[in-house]
Design a binder for this molecule. Structure first.
Ligand code: PRX
Length: 653
């Protein structure tokens, strides 16, 4: 498989596509010539209370200020639900399939409306009003999108927290966001695994203490597992919510009112909450999903991402619902109770579009083709991927074995900060190159620059930047606009730097080469090495440490930590360090390998040379390069001995 493989436009996708190749070119040109007119037209994809008359307004230079559609008003829950009640009230909006069961809960748009309204009324009764934050930590059950949309209905700002976070990490986020109400569940049950969500939340609230503004915790019981309730603070979700009226007048929001905060990792230890606002985000969700997924009312879109990530927000909840499709959620594992579970669910629910991460594709690929071939996957018409680079081999397997060569694979590049797809193919209008995220969507003004910020024309490799704002762009970081400017705009004035590197070929196709900063991507989970180092360094037995990402055949990258013990007498084991990271961040961030080492390679000015650590951990010992800049070149031999002495292959290989 070479990167020159080109997959012609699929006849089936051409049938669905709204655009021919020449129409796509015309649309791209129009977006460049008349961005305001173009984005006002795209705003018509969603339902507004009062239509905007202006598109972008603000500045992408020095004092960065981003406003979109600022004179428009809307309510996101109305755009996602009420706007469909006229013509598809009885169409299934949400399929929620629980782990280990044969039953799926199916909610029509009418039922979804009722459930969202009841919860919205309940939240209002608890005193939640416009602008208040509500934290949501739930399994992948229908109450998760219902909670998000209920917040949107009353103008509250949702903050969805990943179920894999530790109590410490949750406490930090509860305090930072100032959430007044928490919506959680007794536990997450997946296969044999149990995550005691409520117990972890209790611990988090204890740790947060008086710094937390949480007054009420709504507790959903997803299993029979007993749950401790604090009478003056905790309420049973259904006992409380089901009494409220199934109708709730939506709060009319300004386009620039925040819709949600979402925590993500960056190159410093402190978690940062990206702020997305209502109008621009909704247009972006509808536009990007509509263009790349070409939704039709009868489509069943299954995006396997957890709702706690941006992919879950946009591709499970807001995008499909704004476009009037059926969205499916599955609260389980691909291999439980049997290894063909995903394929069985596609057959059962006649899924037309599957959207998942390359990590999942790689691990399903390992199970072999026979398993896939046992199921009827003929309902599929489009396959999508996002979150990490997909190798041409995995792309072809997805295309040939899962899609039987009939379905285009859309590799889409985006970020928590971009809210939706920036690079991705328009099926039916573009040829595909396995391993490439294709080209920017119309209206996305993407460039490659050198490290000084000078734009590279034509084919080349460099830093992936955006020159003009787009409606879904994060507006700021919660309570820290200075950090927002510093993180994304200090690279070069007037440019949003994505943190990623990319190559552009002679046909203008983009090939993502990976992060250029200290962020690593493990199974599609974005983790900052600085957060890991902070967690490890918090143990007084460690004087210094470095975390690096190394290639991994299934997870994309694996996390390797090198740590220096305070002195030789200190008893600290790799397991202690792994536990420390799990406690500070969550088990999902636990290192794959930990090495306790006497020293780390440094430059003469004392800076740890992480590039060398990556090479050593991934066994690239022949290409260590020039070591003359090191203060002590012997430290490298010592490290190689520690890492490679006993084990010929690291577990992470
Ligand atoms: O490095 C890029 C990688 O994931 C990062 C963003 O992660 P997150 O904020 O969690 O949002 C994920 C939304 C899909 C990016 O900076 N990434 C995302 N998509 C791709 C990708 N790397 C390669 N190819 C992709 N398609």
């Amino acid at each position: 498989m070479s990167e020159h493989t080109i997959i012609p436009v699929h006849p089936q996708s051409a049938e669905y596509s709204l655009l021919t190749p020449s129409q796509l070119q015309a649309m791209t040109r129009r977006a460049e010539r008349d961005p305001d007119g173009f984005w006002l037209d795209q705003a018509e994809r969603i339902h507004w209370h009062s239509n905007p008359t202006r598109a972008f307004c603000g500045s992408f230079q020095d004092d960065v200020e981003i406003n979109w559609y600022h004179d428009g008003t809307l309510n996101a829950s109305v755009s996602c639900i009420d706007s469909h009640l006229g013509d598809r009230a009885d169409q299934v909006a949400l399929i929620s399939h629980r782990d280990g069961t044969d039953e799926a809960e199916k909610l029509t748009y009418r039922m979804l409306h009722e459930r969202v309204c009841r919860l919205a009324n309940a939240l209002q009764h608890l005193g939640v009003s416009r602008g208040d934050r509500v934290a949501i930590s739930l399994p992948m059950v229908s109450e998760a999108p219902i909670a998000m949309l209920a917040c949107a209905r009353i103008g509250a700002v949702h903050v969805v927290l990943f179920g894999g976070l530790s109590a410490e990490a949750i406490a930090e986020r509860l305090v930072d966001s100032g959430a007044r109400v928490v919506i959680t569940a007794n536990e997450i049950a997946r296969g044999a695994k149990r995550i005691p969500l409520k117990h972890i939340m209790d611990e988090a609230l204890k740790k947060a203490g008086a710094e937390s503004a949480v007054e009420t915790v709504l507790v959903l019981r997803t299993t029979d597992a007993p749950v401790a309730m604090l009478p003056e603070r905790d309420l049973d979700f259904h006992d409380f919510v089901d009494w409220f009226e199934p109708d709730c007048i939506p709060e009319i929001m300004n386009a620039e009112d925040p819709l949600f905060l979402l925590y993500t990792s960056g190159s410093t230890g402190k978690p940062k909450a990206v702020v997305h606002t209502t109008g621009g985000y909704m247009v972006w969700a509808a536009y990007t999903m509509g263009m790349v997924y070409t939704h039709r009312p009868n489509d069943v879109l299954w995006c396997t991402a957890d709702v706690a990530w941006i992919t879950g927000h946009t591709s499970v909840v807001y995008g499909p619902l704004a476009n009037g499709s059926t969205t499916m959620m599955f609260d389980g594992l691909p291999s439980y109770p049997q290894p063909g579970r995903w394929w069985e669910l596609i057959e059962r629910h006649k899924v037309t579009m599957l959207f998942t991460a390359p990590t999942a594709i790689r691990s399903l690929m390992r199970e072999g083709d026979d398993l896939v071939n046992r199921y009827d996957l003929s309902s599929l018409r489009l396959l999508g991927t996002a979150g990490e680079p997909i190798s041409p081999d995995a792309w072809m397997w997805y295309h040939d074995v899962v899609g039987k060569g009939r379905c285009p694979v859309v590799d889409t590049w985006w970020q928590t900060e971009t809210a939706g797809i920036m690079l991705g193919p328009i099926p039916g209008a573009q040829k595909l190159k396995p391993g490439s995220a294709t080209m920017p969507l119309p209206g996305v003004s993407m460039v490659l620059t050198d490290t000084k910020g000078d734009v590279i024309e034509g084919a080349g490799e460099g830093c992936l930047c955006v020159t003009r704002s787009w409606p879904g762009q994060a507006r700021t970081l919660w309570k820290d606009h200075a950090r927002f400017q510093q993180t994304y705009f200090s690279f070069s004035p007037g440019l949003y730097f994505t943190g990623d590197g990319a190559r552009r070929d002679a046909d203008g196709y983009y090939w993502i080469t990976g992060r250029m900063d200290d962020v690593i991507n493990i199974s599609g989970h974005r983790i900052g090495t600085a957060e890991i180092e902070e967690a490890v360094g918090a143990d007084r037995r460690i004087t210094e440490c470095a975390a690096v990402g190394v290639p991994h055949s299934v997870k994309g990258q694996a996390l390797v930590v090198f740590a220096i013990a305070r002195d030789e007498q200190t008893s600290i084991t790799p397991e202690d360090i792994t536990r420390q990271v799990s406690l500070a961040i969550g088990r999902y961030a636990a290192p794959d390998e930990v090495f306790i080492v006497p020293d780390l390679p440094r430059t003469r000015s004392g800076k740890i040379v992480r590039r060398l650590l990556r090479k050593i951990a991934s066994g690239e010992l022949d290409t260590l390069g020039d070591l003359s800049m090191l203060s002590d070149a012997d430290s490298v031999d010592m490290l190689i001995n520690t890492v490679w002495k006993e084990e010929q292959t690291l577990n992470v290989a």
